[in-house]
Write a protein that binds this ligand. Structure first.
Ligand SMILES: Cc1cc2nc3c(=O)[nH]c(=O)nc-3n(C[C@H](O)[C@H](O)[C@H](O)COP(=O)(O)O)c2cc1C
Length: 172
C-alpha cells in the first residue's frame, strides 16, 4: 500500500465485531512496529499490554464506558516508566509522553496497513487501569486503542476534517 494512501485512509473506528479476533501473527507484526519506534536516547521506556483474554477484557473495559468499546476483541495499552525516559538537562523536560506517542502511532499505522481498525483513546479512567494492571508506582498508563475488525457492512467516513496546509505551515 502507498504510504500516503495509508495516512489518508486511516480513521478512528468506533465499530468492532466481537466475533472476529485478530490472528496472533498480525498482532505480533503490529507490536513489532511499536518495538522499532524511535525514542529519546533510545531508552524505550515502554511496555505494550495486549488484552485479549475474556477475564482481562472484562476488567479493562470499564475504563472507557462506550458500548462500541466493549465490542473490541483486543485492547492495546501503552504503559510507560517516567524514570526510564530521557530528561533534557537544560530544562528537565521528561520525554516519556513523546516516546509513548511515537510508539502508539507506529502501531496504529501498522494496524492500518494490516487492515485492523483502531481508535486512539485518551478519555479512559487511569486509576481503574492502574489498579487492574497492577502497575508499579513509577509507571503511567499513557493511551490505548481497541484492535479488531468492524462489523459487516461498516464503511469508513472518508472525510478528514483538517486545517488546510496554508493555515498551519510556514516556509521560512
Ligand atoms: C491523543 C488522542 C486522544 C483521543 N481520545 C479519544 C477518545 O477518548 N475517544 C474517542 O472516541 N476518540 C479519541 N481520539 C480520536 C480522535 O477523536 C480522532 O483522532 C480525531 O477526531 C480525528 O479523526 P480520525 O482519527 O478519524 O482522523 C483521540 C485521538 C488522539 C490523538
Amino acid at each position: 500500500m502507498d504510504f500516503y494512501d495509508l495516512i489518508r485512509g486511516r480513521e478512528s473506528i468506533r465499530n468492532y465485531d466481537p466475533e472476529r479476533p485478530v490472528d496472533r501473527d498480525t498482532l505480533d507484526r503490529i507490536l513489532e512496529a511499536g518495538r522499532l519506534a524511535p525514542s529519546a536516547v533510545n531508552f524505550q521506556p515502554w511496555r505494550f499490554l495486549l488484552i485479549s483474554s475474556p477475564e482481562m477484557l472484562e476488567k479493562v473495559r470499564p475504563c472507557y464506558g462506550r458500548p462500541w468499546f466493549a465490542d473490541a476483541p483486543h485492547i492495546l495499552i501503552v504503559v510507560g516508566n517516567r524514570d526510564q525516559a530521557w530528561v533534557r538537562k537544560t530544562d528537565d523536560y521528561n520525554f516519556i509522553e513523546t516516546d509513548l506517542t511515537i510508539a502508539l502511532d507506529h502501531m496504529i499505522l501498522a494496524a492500518e496497513f494490516e487492515g485492523v481498525a483502531t481508535c486512539w483513546i485518551g478519555a479512559f479512567d487511569p486509576d481503574l487501569l492502574r489498579e487492574v494492571l497492577s502497575l508499579a508506582q513509577n509507571e503511567i498508563v499513557y493511551s490505548l486503542t481497541p484492535l479488531g475488525y468492524p462489523k459487516e457492512g461498516f464503511t469508513k467516513k472518508g472525510n478528514k476534517k483538517r486545517k488546510p496546509l496554508d493555515e498551519i505551515v510556514e516556509y521560512l
